[in-house]
Design a protein around this ligand. Structure first.
Ligand SMILES: C[S@@+](CC[C@H](N)C(=O)[O-])C[C@H]1O[C@@H](n2cnc3c(N)ncnc32)[C@H](O)[C@@H]1O
Length: 193
């Protein structure tokens, strides 16, 4: 993975509230999740968005994962500030690699990846690693589940990987270099070629 330097970590943690407020508002306006749904966020940073998703969508389980121990600690502190009486039982924070997610197949109704996918490889433009992360996300998503992502690296390849695996993509929001999208996994497995 491409490890973040101190400046990267500062931006991830210091300006998260504004960013995740905007992201959450967009997701809320575009997405309906069934009651009792399950959510995973990969590369969660300080878990601000995962907390908003937990409060707003009332899932039975929302797991926020990040690979970097320092980021997990920052998330723990952020959640302690947000929930002085204790975080909701549905919200879990775990150290995990998006290239090898520690979950059985078809566990989640929604997976979020915000500015996270391009961190899968040491070179942000290495699409092979990004495709590896997409394959892991695809494995843990239920049929009919959604990947909600925002990125600014190789978004053309991201979309073609998803379309090639039968995902229905849209809505898509473009904001400067960033692209946010909701991609729905097909309900039926794609026929063998
Ligand atoms: C640019 S930050 C984005 C954080 C958060 N999603 C946000 O937008 O505020 C990328 C995050 O991905 C994490 N990360 C990098 N490689 C990862 C991997 N292989 N698996 C899981 N998380 C990873 C980093 O530690 C970092 O917290």
């Amino acid at each position: 993975m491409a490890e973040m330097n101190a400046v990267g970590r500062f931006f991830v943690n210091a300006f998260s509230a504004r960013r995740s407020r905007r992201r959450y508002a967009w997701i809320r306006a575009q997405l309906t999740l069934p009651p009792g749904s399950t959510i995973l966020e990969v590369g969660c940073g300080n878990a601000d968005l995962a907390a908003r998703m937990t409060d707003g969508f009332a899932p039975v389980r929302c797991v926020a994962v990040d690979l970097e121990p320092r980021q997990i600690e920052a998330a723990r502190q952020n959640l302690a500030r947000r929930y002085p009486a204790g975080a909701p039982a549905a919200l879990e924070l775990r150290a995990a690699d998006m290239l090898g997610l520690p979950f059985p197949p078809a566990q989640f109704d929604a997976v979020l990846a915000f500015e996270a996918l391009h961190h899968a490889g040491p070179d942000h433009h290495d699409f092979e690693r990004i495709a590896g992360a997409l394959a892991e996300i695809d494995r843990v998503l239920r049929p009919g589940g959604v990947l909600v992502y925002e990125d600014f690296v190789r978004t053309d390849r991201l979309q073609s990987w998803l379309a090639g695996h039968g995902y229905a993509i849209g809505p898509v929001l473009r904001r400067r270099r960033h692209e946010s999208a909701i991609a729905r996994k097909p309900r039926d497995p794609a026929p063998a070629p």
